[in-house]
Design a protein around this ligand. Sequence first.
Ligand SMILES: Cc1cc2nc3c(=O)[nH]c(=O)nc-3n(C[C@H](O)[C@H](O)[C@H](O)COP(=O)(O)OP(=O)(O)OC[C@H]3O[C@@H](n4cnc5c(N)ncnc54)[C@H](O)[C@@H]3O)c2cc1C
Length: 386
Amino acid sequence: MTDRSTLDEQAFAAQLRAFLGGHHPGPTPRGAAKLPFLRAWQATLTDAGWVAPGWPRRWGGMGLPVGLQAVHHREMMLGRAPVPPTNAVGIVGPTILEHGTDAQRERYLRPMLRADELWCQGFSEPDAGSDLAALRTRAVLDGDAYRVTGRKIWTSNAPVAHRMLLLARTGTTASRSRGITCLVLDMHAPGVTVSPLRDMTGSTFFAEVALDDVVVPVADRVGAHDDGWRSARATLGHERSTSLAAAGVRYQRVVRDLVELARARARLGSAATRQELAHLVTGARLLEWAGGRVLGQVLQGQAPGPVASTIRLQHGVFEQRLHALAVELLGPDGMLDAADPRLERDGRWVRGYLRTRASTIGAGTAEIQRTTIAEKVLGLPAEEHL
Ligand SMILES: Cc1cc2nc3c(=O)[nH]c(=O)nc-3n(C[C@H](O)[C@H](O)[C@H](O)COP(=O)(O)OP(=O)(O)OC[C@H]3O[C@@H](n4cnc5c(N)ncnc54)[C@H](O)[C@@H]3O)c2cc1C
């Protein structure tokens, strides 16, 4: 595969733009056609060597220095490249790269990159979300396998996934984060039952997953027995922080679309609308700069750390404010179903409004992010655990 890691930024961007110009598959379809479309695109990108900018070349990635990784994310967003079908390459993959064995990397990473195999992340449980260390799904070691029983919830992509990166309790309940083991579970193994959950957009992309004495070979353990917490924390690597850095670029494009919406709906004359738009233009810039700050840390060899919480929180709040304005601009049309043909292309704003209600819940709620910022960034006294 071509080594692009030594190109300068301009040459790299030009090559990627040329690739996207020649291969972009067009707008992502909705409904049943969406997943096969995204999987086919992911395979095209992988075969041409344009995926996983931060992964080592040995495991199918591009092995790029961090600066080029940022250019990669930026160009993919500016070129409106379709997004991957799941977040496995950004989250599960780096965990296996960091804590898995070579046999696991060999077996799992390439099919993950091509989206031949889809993954989900089985962390949250009905009584363990923000307080993840309270999880109760039990894995009992029995010879050369674990037997897993419990329940996972809000598992994104579970209805279509082939594998789950799972956290299970192997120690006592009191052991909290010290008694958790990380396993790769086959979603088609006997004892796995997936019950899709419908969210307010009408989508069933996440599910509740019941596990009843599911057998997982010890060879599918990621990291050491009782040491899964370490693997769980490995989900924020270079790949993720550089993609966060590029997200501000995407929002600037979305805000421009929003200005067009205000123009089309004859609302640009309103001082209140203009003020809110100005706030969002500024917010998108701030997101880009905040992303650049994290990127700067990574470039200096530091982990993104708790500062990444500020960006996640900023993103969630920003997305919600942006879509609230969009729906307000739509006026009575904002009450229509997103798929209503009368909305034509504006259904995206209604769908986005509903979708972004989750932006301050998933991947840690806004309250948890604020606590992290208060304690770890600002150095305020720690929350009292009752
Ligand atoms: C769109 C989406 C996709 C998701 N995908 C996945 C997935 O793929 N895999 C997965 O494992 N999970 C997934 N989740 C679950 C997500 O991680 C949890 O919803 C989240 O961690 C919150 O946990 P909870 O829902 O149990 O809420 P709880 O933890 O019960 O929190 C309820 C409320 O109490 C507040 N709260 C709780 N503790 C504190 C505290 N100490 N201080 C202040 N306030 C507090 C919370 O902020 C929240 O408002 C997803 C969630 C969403 C919305």
